[in-house]
Design a protein around this ligand. Structure first.
Ligand code: ADP
Ligand code: MG
Length: 689
């Protein structure tokens, strides 16, 4: 029995044409205009079978030599055609009886599809059939992004209609367009929808084709205009000015520090203080390599808010990091009489309740914690400043949540948005900074505190493990401490835990005189805190750890870090881990143990770690190795907003668009509005966050 073809049209829920189009965002004629092909098919000529090769999408014509339904390896329809130059197999996995009929032996047909290397020579799977000798297309055929139930021909028809009705006038004033040497909009659009006959696939797809260039520019310009609008909207929001600069509290904190701020720290403290004193919300990113001293900068900002009579929330992505901030900031501010609370998910219900009360009534002016700070029932009496550490680890939504705590608190009358300071050790690549992050003011701490000597990095194959053990013993004998980081096991958390436990056991047996602790993600927060405290107090010499210590952990006496299976870690992660040592005056060493053979990319990563300790250089290489999409959680956020331009290859266009956006807004506001309407309809929101 013939199985029913799976391709039979199902009668389940039929959506109307309009609904299908709407799924693609196509409603008004103007929407269709910028719905551009993702690729083109070349149906302008027929090739000889002998000329085709795998991977090529082609059209050939030939005479049907044989047709049969094969049963093995599975049921399929198979045919062979022949032209003067050679033979080609055709194969269908799903087929109708009527298709078999159409394939009469001896008939001349034209087939179109992609050539593949089959078991018995070249073949085409599910080719499109037509009559041999039918008229050929005169130009490339556009292929559009589409959706279920919407065929290319019907989509093409809709687009053709829309092009008749839509306003295709150029949104760029002629003078500006000429100066930029851009193709007129209408010309570019028509060319891309209806490529002229003489235009080859290669030419059209070549990166720099003027038509695509115009489209990319337009898209980037819309993005820049929208960012400018978002910036203006933010400036129109209200925030409480936190104007108490150089307060007594700040003076006291500075006087109590065992160090002087570096000039880079002073500069960024000043930039932040200036923002906070204004009546619209600060939206600033504080960038500084690991160990550059961001915590004290954040704490100084906190004192300005507190001295101005407002509360501060500091949120970190992990309990360990949050706890560490809490311990440090408490040591600084508790003696100065600032009431602090600590809030994480693992607190007892009673403790949590106390913390909520303290924040709601304003009894506590500073809260340090994890995501627990953005729980529904957390309320602040008068939240003025929000600080996010390692901000790229939070989702866009979480960032918004915390700042909303502020506008809830101030709902009487004017809605006031708290000031926001984001901190990160991961530098943003330039093109990203110019596009998606353009509404973020950036302060950079570009200098490390004095007296730090860069960590020395050593690469060692796993065979040298005994030597490394000796090194740990020697370091501990000198009163220093070490981290031993266990390998990342991406596939299984349980396995990763097991390796950590095993490593701890092996080290304990090999180094009986050394006090060795173990910390990992499965321990309770209290356990973790106890172990970190013990390590900080030097009651432990060596800390065997999983990547839970990756960010923020700060123990100045730790001078040796061993990372096992370093080849499994990403560059940014290795850099973060290495940043856990070299935080005091002692010369520190980081040993990257690796297992051979190394893949090409792993080798490049280890080499980068060996060659530089500069976070910006590391980020640059990381970007080159991974591509920009991975950065800053971009995959979930606005990435999809750019359909045509690429942050990778269009840096020059981004720069141009940035300049033109300013001119357009200032001198041609109507053109700017028309441009936004054409390109950004309904999509501005994505850029806001
Ligand atoms: P990160 O920027 O990685 O968060 P931290 O704020 O944890 O860095 O600072 C790293 C260490 O350097 C901490 O022990 C901190 O107290 C210390 N530190 C910060 N600023 C200075 C400075 N100006 N001089 C000396 N030590 C400093
Ligand atoms: Mg930090």
């Amino acid at each position: 029995m013939a199985t029913q073809p799976t391709a039979a049209p199902s009668k389940k829920k039929t959506s109307t044409m309009a609904q299908r189009l709407e799924r693609l965002g196509l409603v008004a004629p103007a929407d269709f205009v910028v719905h551009l092909p993702i690729r083109y098919e070349d149906e302008t000529h027929v090739q000889a079978i002998a000329e085709v090769h795998p991977g090529l999408s082609v059209q050939v014509e030939g005479t049907i030599l044989s047709v049969d339904v094969q049963q093995r390896p599975r049921r399929q329809l198979h045919a062979v055609i022949e032209d003067e130059s050679g033979r080609l197999s055709l194969r269908w996995i799903h087929f109708y009886p009527s298709q078999i009929k159409a394939l009469a032996v001896g008939r001349q047909i034209r087939v179109r599809g992609e050539i593949r290397q089959g078991f018995n020579g070249l073949e085409m799977v599910h080719p499109k059939l037509s009559n041999a000798g039918a008229a050929l297309a005169r130009a490339l055929t556009p292929v559009y992004p589409t959706t279920d139930g919407l065929t290319q021909p019907s989509l093409r028809k809709c687009i053709a209609q829309a092009l008749e009705q839509a306003d295709l006038r150029d949104t760029l004033p002629t003078a500006l367009r000429d100066e930029l040497q851009l193709m007129p909009f209408q010309e570019a659009i028509r060319l891309l929808h209806y490529p002229p006959p003489d235009l080859s696939y290669e030419r059209l797809f070549h990166e720099g084709h003027p038509a695509w260039n115009r489209i990319k520019f337009d898209e980037l310009l819309a993005q820049q205009l929208s960012l400018a609008a978002a910036r203006q909207a933010r400036r129109a929001q209200k925030a409480q000015p936190l104007a108490a600069r150089h307060s007594a509290l700040e003076q006291q904190l500075r006087a109590s520090l065992p160090f002087q701020l570096t000039s880079a720290q002073e500069r960024v403290v000043n930039e932040i203080a200036h923002d906070m004193a204004r009546d619209f919300p600060m939206h600033r990113l504080l960038q500084g390599d690991v160990g550059s001293g961001k915590t004290i900068v954040a704490t100084l900002a906190a004192t300005q808010a507190i001295a101005s009579g407002y509360q501060v929330a500091i949120m970190a992505p992990t309990e360990i990091l949050a706890e560490q901030h809490y311990v440090k900031i408490k040591a600084w501010l508790d003696p100065l009489g600032v009431p602090l609370v600590w809030l994480t998910g693992s607190l007892s219900a009673k403790k949590k309740h106390e913390a909520y009360e303290a924040l709601r009534t304003g009894a506590a002016t500073l809260a340090v914690g994890t995501q627990a700070l953005i729980q529904e029932h957390v309320q602040f009496q008068r939240l003025g400043l929000v600080i996010l550490d390692e901000q790229h680890r939070f989702g866009v939504g979480q960032r918004l949540e915390l700042s909303r705590k502020g506008d809830k608190a101030n709902r009487s009358g004017n809605t006031l948005i708290p000031h926001q300071l984001n901190m990160s050790a991961t530098p943003i690549p330039r093109t990203l900074a110019m596009s998606y992050f353009a509404d973020l003011d950036v302060s950079a701490i570009d200098e490390l505190p004095p007296g730090r000597s860069p960590v020395i990095t050593k690469l060692a194959s796993d065979a040298r493990r005994p030597e490394i053990m000796d090194r740990v013993r020697a370091e501990v004998a000198q009163g220093r401490q070490a981290y031993w980081v266990c390998p990342l096991v991406e596939e299984s958390e349980a396995l990763q835990l097991q390796t950590a436990i095993d490593t701890h056991l092996v080290l304990t047996q090999a180094l009986p005189e050394v006090r060795i602790g173990l910390i990992h993600g499965r321990q309770s927060a209290t356990e973790k805190a106890q172990i970190m405290d013990a390590f900080r107090a030097h009651e432990l010499d060596v800390l065997v750890a999983t990547t839970v210590i990756e960010v923020g952990v700060d123990v100045a006496n730790a001078s040796l870090m061993i990372i096992e299976h370093a080849e499994r870690f990403g560059l940014a992660q290795l850099h973060q881990l290495r940043g856990r040592v070299g935080r005091g005056h002692i010369q520190s060493v980081c040993v990257l143990l690796y297992q051979t053979p190394l893949s090409h990319i792993a080798r490049a990563r280890l080499q980068a770690m060996y060659e530089t300790t500069d976070g910006f250089e590391i980020a640059r290489r990381d970007l080159a190795q991974r591509g920009p999409g991975e950065f800053m959680g971009m995959r979930q956020s606005g990435q999809a907003v750019l359909r045509f331009a690429s942050l990778d290859t269009d840096a020059a266009l981004i720069e141009q668009a940035q300049e033109v956006a300013v001119v357009l807004r200032d001198q041609y506001p109507n053109a700017a509005a028309a441009h936004m309407q054409r390109w950004m309809k309904g999509r501005e929101e994505l850029l806001r966050s």
